[in-house]
Write a protein of this length. Structure first.
Length: 87
């Protein structure tokens, strides 16, 4: 292994869309207290471009699982604990 550091440099970051479970972090940082749990079923999302036609479509989602998105959320949220101690 080499001790050579990799430098990645951006002139700018352009965000066209961001989801509800997303974040943009730039620079040296450490994010505490972030959790995201979700499930999405999408049959058709977007039709983009010029001259597109969508006719007579039938979109069916068959989702037969008994438990959607089982979540084991045992993470420790340090920022919430610090805030509680400060009160």
């Amino acid at each position: 292994m080499s001790d050579t550091k990799l430098l990645v440099q951006f002139d700018r970051i352009v965000v066209n869309s961001i989801g509800t479970n997303a974040g943009i972090f730039v620079g040296t940082n450490l994010q505490y207290g972030w959790s995201s749990h979700s499930k999405t079923n999408a049959s058709i999302t977007d039709v983009t471009g010029d001259g597109n036609e969508v006719r007579g479509n039938v979109n069916v989602i068959y989702d037969n699982d008994l438990i959607d998105t089982p979540i084991d959320d045992r993470d420790v949220i340090l920022s919430a604990q610090r805030a509680a101690k400060a009160c």
